[in-house]
Ligand binder design. Structure first.
Ligand SMILES: [Zn+2]
Length: 394
């Protein structure tokens, strides 16, 4: 049933105003008409590097832009902004790792402010991180076969070959248990010194308790996630030593409760990678971030969540779902986009390496090598995200 016209107009107006207040960080509503001021760029939580501005004496000059009422005087961090219709722009120099940007307006609605914070990736360099999810089969294999060396297992041998050739660092995100009953406490300590000797390029991290169920932490209390994390961490340290341990960098299915983020930070987590991919009803594999931030991450390398202190990273390629001839065409456009060029988050899953797995991919290692060789040729350096800021050492 149609509503009377005047009532409908009123509701539309009210809705537009409400959206403007609720969707922090989104660009859907032009603020000018309502008298509020908002910074549109940079985005709250943006991770900025030299590609986003001009480097001057160790600081970064960036442009801040947004919308304010046509009649208002606007300042940005205390300096008058340039106006062009409802738009304002201003140059801001960023010197600290974290900088607050305050846009303020004075006008008929009184003084209004919009504050955001941005992070400067001060020691930024083109870099890549290689993370492999869903690991458990190789640990079971080594425990069962009792090899003389870890690298008698073909999986670790092939990873070591890639490391020897290209310097690649790998973080393997592992489970506590496999479906057939193998559990980490069964993994022997006899390889500990070998793990330690290779810990400069090979790390182990918690991923989940087990492969099943799907999305194990999406609706699970944070306490269960942290219990599982600690169980796996304790085992990694027992059989592979502290040096081999990495805080988690991807949680299985990339979904946790928002209340889990602070406890994860307290467990050493600094970066979480996800797909931030659009699905019919919203966004997925996005750690349940809101739509505005998920959309932003779908086309940017990284975003800081100040509430938890965790930086989210966008996975750039999933090798097991990218055929060899699609690998370079997937990565190359990213190197041309200043928002995605600095950090390559390269990713795959363990199960596809194993011939007994139903979806075994015979050329999986060649896919890895194609991606690694290409980013290496483009000048990207291998890093671990938990070292320095997203792998850039401070
Ligand atoms: Zn997973």
């Amino acid at each position: 049933m149609e509503q009377p016209t005047t009532r409908r107009r009123f509701l539309q107006g009210a809705t537009a105003g409400t959206v403007g207040m609720i969707l922090e960080g989104s660009n859907v509503v032009s603020a000018g008409a309502l008298g509020s001021i908002r910074i549109e760029e940079p985005f709250h939580g943006a991770v900025l590097n030299r590609r986003h501005g001009k480097e001057v004496d160790g600081s970064l000059e960036i442009r801040v832009s947004g919308q304010a009422s046509l009649r208002d005087q606007v300042t940005v961090n205390g300096l008058p902004a340039q106006r062009e219709g409802t738009r304002f722009t201003s140059e801001v120099t960023i010197r600290q790792k974290e900088t607050e940007i305050i846009a303020a307006s004075d006008g008929s609605f009184g003084r209004q402010e919009h504050r955001i914070r941005v992070v400067c990736d001060r020691h930024s360099k083109p870099r890549y991180r290689f993370s492999i999810d869903d690991n458990s089969f190789f640990l079971r294999d080594i425990a069962q076969k009792q090899y003389a060396s870890l690298f008698d297992c073909f999986y670790l041998k092939n990873l070591r070959d890639l490391h020897s050739k290209h310097g690649t660092r790998f973080v393997l995100n592992i489970y506590y248990a496999t479906k057939d009953g193998f559990e980490l406490p069964e993994f022997p300590e006899r390889y500990k010194s070998e793990w330690q000797d290779n810990s400069d390029w090979l790390k182990l991290a918690f991923h989940a308790y087990a492969n099943e169920p799907d999305r194990p932490y999406q609706y699970t209390p944070a306490s269960q996630l942290i219990t599982d994390l600690n169980k796996v961490a304790e085992q990694i340290i027992r059989f592979a030593g502290e040096q081999t341990y990495s805080p988690p960098t991807v949680i299985h299915w990339g979904m946790v409760q928002p209340t889990a983020l602070k406890p994860l930070f307290e467990c050493g987590v600094r970066v979480l990678s996800g797909y931030f991919s659009r699905v019919n009803s919203g966004w997925d594999v996005n750690y349940l971030l809101d739509d505005a931030r998920s959309e932003y991450l779908s086309r940017h390398d990284a975003l800081m969540d100040f509430d938890s202190g965790i930086v989210f990273s966008k996975v750039d390629i999933v090798c097991n779902s990218t055929p060899i001839d699609r690998i370079v065409p997937t990565l190359e456009p990213l190197t041309k986009d200043p928002n995605q060029a600095e950090i390559m988050d390269i990713f795959t899953h363990e199960q596809y390496f194993w011939p007994f797995y139903s979806n075994y991919i015979p050329d999986h290692f060649q896919r890895l090598e194609t991606a690694i060789r290409w980013v290496t040729e483009q000048g990207y350096k291998p890093v671990f995200f938990h070292e320095g800021f997203l792998g850039a050492l401070e």
